[in-house]
Design a protein around this ligand. Structure first.
Ligand SMILES: NC(=O)c1ccc[n+]([C@@H]2O[C@H](COP(=O)([O-])OP(=O)(O)OC[C@H]3O[C@@H](n4cnc5c(N)ncnc54)[C@H](OP(=O)(O)O)[C@@H]3O)[C@@H](O)[C@H]2O)c1
Length: 472
């Protein structure tokens, strides 16, 4: 069976890719916007087509000869995501029909259309409708609500709130009912959908027991061994709640707002097709899902995170703008007496719990200021304390390039009036560390000159600290 996986770098896609590669008799093709994000193992084991869903030629190449295609695409970070997602789904189903694909499997969100339905959910529903509109291609539309797993946005929000605040202020929305599901169960439903014997379109709602969000908070506290108290504040608006989440959890204000907007209405199952068509899957309970997620985090086994894929660095407008940077802080040091592999390993350990080699309090302060202005701050940390991969988030940076033992390039995602990069390069016997800045207008220039004295200490010290740590 030839299977196409789209959204392979996303939260669900990365986990599904692993599971698909373990299946016998399944030939996996991956459709990604940038090949660099794939590990050598994935490149060796699957066929890869590069492109996006707005490029019909690339889509045709991807869907040619495919039996079943997974559609795991969405672009929440873009302003006009609703229109983009609709167009993306339409292109996909048109080309799938042209290529005689038999089945499309789409994972969307639980919920119904009414006056309270959030923009985000509406867009997910519209995508499902478009994908189900073909007479030639069958669509299995799996619908999940709150997904609980290590690195999932919902779990990270609940975990961070519960861990950090003993007295949880709870707005009205914590009484809304939801039907959470473990990420492993989601993957099981998606895999089982490959073999389902059914030839008509089907909408399958999945989830475990219904419960309000406040119950999820209390059960998470129990799983973490913490005692927490809920203080109801029913008048807390969506706006204040979003700022609250932005400050205390890793999600930036834009994601917090989209998620809270979705909490106005219930996200519960509308059909029993999961039980009817997938009788062999019994979803984990909420607390089991939380315990599994905590264990994965403790064992440094997080496969994917909500912040893994946001498309920023694959954006065509991003391009080679690093070459246009107006300001550059460059530090160089001789490393002829050092083990270069160890230096590179040290560089790859940057950020998260490992810190930024020195002056960590200044990085924490910068992260806090970023959060106050609605940015991502430092809370995203690292997915893995040793390994980095292209495309993933790292504190308030995103990994843009890794050339083994030669180069690490990070793109700044903090609130900054311009575009900024931090690069580490090993060239012969020299370690070169460069901070690039492409300012936007007068504010950008002012920002660079204001921080120049601080940068002088941070960057000068950083390159020396890397050498020291590489021999410690
Ligand atoms: N995660 C959850 O908690 C959750 C809950 C319920 C339902 N779902 C549903 O599950 C599906 C997958 O969600 P997710 O959380 O895994 O998404 P995600 O982490 O945001 O990943 C989205 C993926 O879409 C890709 N993409 C975006 N625009 C594209 C385009 N134009 N062409 C090609 N690829 C494009 C991205 O590729 P790049 O890597 O190139 O950026 C990325 O791999 C969505 O339909 C979502 O509604 C998710």
């Amino acid at each position: 069976m030839k299977v196409l996986l789209t959204g392979a770098n996303g939260y669900i896609g990365r986990r599904l890719k692993r599971a698909l590669l373990d299946l016998d008799g399944v030939d996996v093709r991956i459709f990604v916007r940038n090949k660099k994000t794939l590990s050598q193992k994935a490149l060796d084991r699957c066929e890869v087509v590069e492109g996006d869903t707005f490029d019909k030629e690339a889509l045709e190449k991807a869907l040619e000869g495919v039996d079943t295609a997974y559609y795991l695409i969405h672009s929440l970070n873009k302003k006009n995501y609703k229109e983009l997602d609709k167009l993306s789904a339409q292109n996909f189903i048109d080309i799938a029909s042209k290529c005689k694909v038999k089945r499309v499997i789409y994972l969307g969100g639980l919920g119904v259309k009414n006056e309270d339905t959030s923009e985000h959910l509406l867009s997910r529903l519209e995508t499902g409708e478009v994908l189900s509109s073909s007479d030639n291609v069958q669509t299995l539309w799996i619908r999940a609500g709150v997904i609980i797993g290590s690195g999932s946005a919902s779990f990270e929000i609940i975990r961070n709130l519960v861990e950090k605040i003993p007295f949880l202020i709870t707005p009205k929305w914590v009484d809304t009912l939801a039907q959470p599901i473990a990420v492993d169960d989601v993957i099981n439903y998606l895999l089982a959908s490959l073999y389902l014997e059914h030839n008509k379109n089907l909408v399958v709602d999945i989830g475990s027991k219904k419960m309000p969000y406040k119950e999820m908070m209390l059960q998470t506290a129990t799983a973490l061994g913490l005692k927490r108290y809920l203080i109801p504040v029913p008048f807390m608006s969506i706006n204040i709640s979003s700022h609250w989440l932005n400050l205390f959890t890793p999600v930036p204000i834009s994601v917090a707002r989209a998620l809270i907007d979705g909490l106005k209405s219930e996200v519960v199952m509308q059909n029993d097709n999961a039980q009817k068509y997938y009788p062999n899957i019994t979803p984990l309970s909420y607390i089991q899902a939380v315990e599994k997620a905590i264990l994965e985090i403790e064992q440094n086994q997080v496969i994917s995170r909500w912040s893994d894929a946001d498309g920023t660095i694959w954006d065509k407008t991003h391009g080679d703008q690093i070459n246009d940077a107006i300001f550059v802080d460059r530090q160089e040091t001789d490393i002829s007496a050092y083990d270069k592999e160890k230096i590179f390993k040290t560089i790859l350990s940057i950020g998260g719990e490992n810190g930024w080699f020195n002056y960590d309090f200044l990085w924490v302060m910068r992260g806090f200021i970023d959060k106050i202005f609605g940015g991502v701050g430092l809370r995203r940390g690292r997915r893995d304390q040793h390994e980095l991969r292209v495309g993933e988030s790292l504190d308030f940076w995103r990994v843009e390039d890794i050339v083994e033992n030669e180069r690490l390039l990070l793109f700044a995602q903090m609130q900054v009036p311009g575009l900024a990069w931090l690069e580490f390069k090993i060239k012969g016997d020299t370690l070169i560390q460069s901070a690039y800045f492409y300012p936007k207008g007068l504010w950008g220039r002012l920002y660079w000159y204001t921080l120049k004295p601080l940068h002088y200490f941070i960057f000068k010290n950083m390159i020396q600290s890397i050498l020291k740590r590489s021999v410690s």
